[in-house]
Design a protein around this ligand. Structure first.
Ligand code: ADP
Ligand code: MG
Length: 553
């Protein structure tokens, strides 16, 4: 009978453990992700070593991670059949923290950023120790692949650990078993429902199959199959697979309108899988709504909080998986990474190209896309200077000529009148209100098409987008509408003007409305109505004035 050898943690580890347990209150479930990701790493290392030494893998070639739940004894076991650890590796890996990340982690926690703690654990690569958030005692029993020996590491995470030879009959034949003796308030991690939910959510695409045995003597049930869908080539994935995957990812039960899946090679290596939903997400205009693209590094989930798509594509769901970033990439690194900026650009281009293709080849289907996401896409016209022309070309409009239809700007320009150098628009209100506007009368009478803009974003991009194919955007509620050069369709010439009478009337109106309007003028823009309000040439148009008024200006 051998006695266990006792070791003291390096000072840093002891402090780290205390901080972790006491600072990270929410989201303790991340410990599962950390243990599973270590198990998956161990399996990948073994696969790599077995390239040289096939015998290491021979006896049991299938990588797997097994979770065993024991409610009665309040135990959760996470076991893998990966590379395993020798005695010295255990002491090195679990007893010291050599990584520079540790210090940074502790500094952040000490800076009172406790709320972030759970995220920091993954980012700074101090993963293993997170199990002490939920366990009062942890045993690690491990056998290095190819070795006869097995070792057991034990600790309560309070300052010391012990290492002893493990019982060879009970030890795993290969790999590592981590036994968590759970704290009273962490017994939920013996519930199959809880564990399965967390695993699917956090580790559903870990490249090793995960099984669960929900009670002692129970049968193992596979909960994830270990193949990351996006790593397959397009031809191997059926439409149904994509749809299932999209549904799992988005929690929406519609069919994706577009699926963009590609692998980029060359300067940057990454795989992207992106979906445009078939229906509009309910919170698309919620200012809090973030992008919904997940970032993976080598198939390990890192964050869904990195802005991997421009805001005007915030309805796109999916993921980017790259081998060009380190696994312990931090939030700051993500934000500033030129690699990610390049990847973001590449993926954005591909998504927009797919949208363009849809517009070309399936105009009917495209209109549905446009109805759902046009109002968001149009934000890109003023946010993304580089892609402005592309986005303008994708835009579709109701117009005075075709109030129920969807006209493109190219069509508008093609049908413009001889000598017409502006794209006229009327913004604000419902389509019915716009159609009934007296401001349209003079344009209708001359067969000049006017865009009817009903989305609130419209007032912004039209002033920020100076032109399309050489024609400026011009609000018909603003400035003078010089329509005299365009003949009326009915060939009627406006009745001879009584210029003296008109001058008298204008003088009268100016006097009566002094202080309320800047000027009163005769206009070509009306045919039936007697008067309308128009905004000055150099200010905001009528709709923009209203928006600013509502905003308290
Ligand atoms: P990281 O995974 O970022 O290296 P962790 O704290 O999660 O940091 O793990 C520390 C180290 O412990 C790992 O690098 C690995 O060497 C070792 N280790 C942890 N879990 C396992 C396991 N299941 N199998 C083999 N080695 C492991
Ligand atoms: Mg780890």
């Amino acid at each position: 009978e051998q006695t266990a050898e006792s070791h003291v943690f390096e000072a840093d580890v002891a402090r780290l453990l205390q901080m972790m347990v006491h600072s990270v209150y929410s989201d303790k479930g991340v410990f599962l992700r950390e243990l599973i990701s270590n198990g998956a790493d161990a399996c990948e290392k073994l696969r790599y070593e077995s390239i040289e030494t096939p015998s290491l893998l021979a006896a049991d070639p299938e990588s797997r991670i097994t979770l065993r739940l024991d409610e009665e004894r309040r135990q959760l076991v996470v076991e893998d059949n990966g590379i395993g650890m020798r005695r010295d590796e255990m002491i090195e890996a679990l007893g010291t923290i050599a990584r520079s990340g540790t210090r940074a982690f502790m500094e952040r926690i000490a800076e009172n950023k406790a709320a972030e703690g759970a995220q920091l654990i993954g980012q700074f690569g101090v993963g293993f120790y997170s199990c002490f958030m939920v366990a009062e005692h942890v045993d690690v029993i491990s056998r290095r692949a190819g070795s006869e020996e097995a070792w057991k590491w034990s600790s309560d995470g309070k300052g010391s650990y012990s290492v002893e030879a493990a019982n060879l009959v009970e030890a795993p034949p290969r790999g590592t078993r981590i036994v968590l003796h759970l704290m009273e308030d962490a017994k939920t991690y013996t519930s199959r429902w809880t564990v399965e939910r967390i695993v699917k959510e956090q580790s559903g695409h870990v490249p090793v199959a995960i099984r669960i045995i929900d009670k002692p003597g129970g049968e193992p049930v596979q909960i994830t199959d270990g193949t990351a869908l996006w790593t397959k080539s397009k031809s191997e994935v059926s439409k149904e697979d994509y749809t299932d995957f999209y549904r799992g990812l988005s929690g929406q039960y519609d069919e994706p309108a577009l699926t963009v899946h590609f692998r980029a090679e060359g300067r940057h290596e990454y795989t992207a899988l992106a979906f445009v939903p078939g229906t509009q997400p309910f919170d698309m205009f919620d200012p809090e709504r973030k992008g919904r693209m997940k970032l993976y590094v080598k198939r390990v989930f890192i964050t869904d909080d990195a802005e991997l798509m421009p805001r005007y594509l915030r309805f796109v769901r999916g993921l980017i998986d790259t081998a060009d970033l380190p696994l312990n990439v931090s939030r700051e690194m993500i934000q500033e990474s030129p690699i990610l900026a390049a990847i973001r650009k590449g993926v954005t281009n591909r998504v927009i190209t797919a949208v363009e293709k849809l517009a070309d080849s399936e105009p009917e289907t495209y209109l549905k896309f446009w109805e759902n996401f046009g109002p968001v896409l149009k934000e890109g016209i003023y946010e993304d200077y580089e892609r402005r022309a592309q986005l303008m070309a994708l835009a579709r409009f109701h117009t005075s000529a075709s109030p129920e239809g969807h006209r493109s700007l190219a069509e508008y320009v093609k049908d413009a009148k001889e000598g017409q150098n502006a794209i006229y628009y009327l913004a604000g209100g419902s389509l019915d209100q716009l159609k009934a506007s007296p401001q349209l009368e003079g344009f209708r009478a001359r067969g000049i098409e006017v865009l009817l803009l009903t989305d609130s974003v419209d007032s912004f991009w039209v002033v920020n987008a100076p032109e399309f194919e050489g024609k400026a955007f011009k609000s018909i509620t603003q400035g003078t509408a010089d329509l005299s050069q365009f003949p009326r369709l009915d060939n009627q010439t406006p009745p001879e003007q009584d210029s003296a009478g008109l001058a008298t009337f204008i003088g009268f109106a100016r006097e009566k409305l002094a202080g309320q309007v800047a000027d009163v003028r005769a206009s070509d823009r009306l045919t039936e109505s007697a008067v309308c309000l128009v905004a000055p040439e150099d200010g905001y148009d009528r709709q923009m004035e209203k928006i600013l008024q509502n905003a308290g200006r």
